[in-house]
Design a protein around this ligand. Sequence first.
Ligand code: BEZ
Length: 212
Amino acid sequence: MAIRLGDIAPNFTASTTLGEIDFHGYLGNSWGVLFSHPADFTPVCTTELGRTAQLKDEFAKRNVKVLAVSVDALDRHAGWVNDINETQHTIVDFPIIADHDRNVASLYDMIHPNASENFTVRSLFIIGPDKKVKLTITYPASTGRNFLEVLRVIDSLQLTANYSVATPADWKQGEEVIVVPAVSTADAEIKFPKGLRIVKPYLRYTPQPDLS
Ligand code: BEZ
């Protein structure tokens, strides 16, 4: 069954390159990114896992744990990780699930039979500390994901979780954010002491509240 925003991310146990993992236990109180790859020793996947490893500090800064899924077996993962480290000039130290029984792929609907019977598509889930699914994206095998965009979405989600704001199109760190409609302008004036820029009664901007 498809996983929808707001659902509790299904829990599972799985063999990974870092040992047996209980997914919810692995996440603990962190945010999580669970993302699937069609297969080991494939070029686009190699760049994606390398890029994720290169961004280790950015994920850590945001209290995010990453977990990759691939339907190949553990011994193949080990050889592939060596290749990723060598070719992408990084060290993969997050776990990769060996989902050879396709348990995780089925739970998260990562196999789209009309795209491929055997391999997962590029699914990605962002999960909050409450274990609820905050974002899902699905890319085809031929298109590598943009991990800076994943970080940008996490920044937006974390701002929304901590303040009554949303983020506009193409928003980037440091830019104005939007006051959510549920907050009245009178309340917004108190809540956002940096001030409001009111374009329409329903379109109200304020400087990013977590920056000094
Ligand atoms: C890749 O990761 O390069 C890839 C995997 C499956 C199909 C196409 C590309």
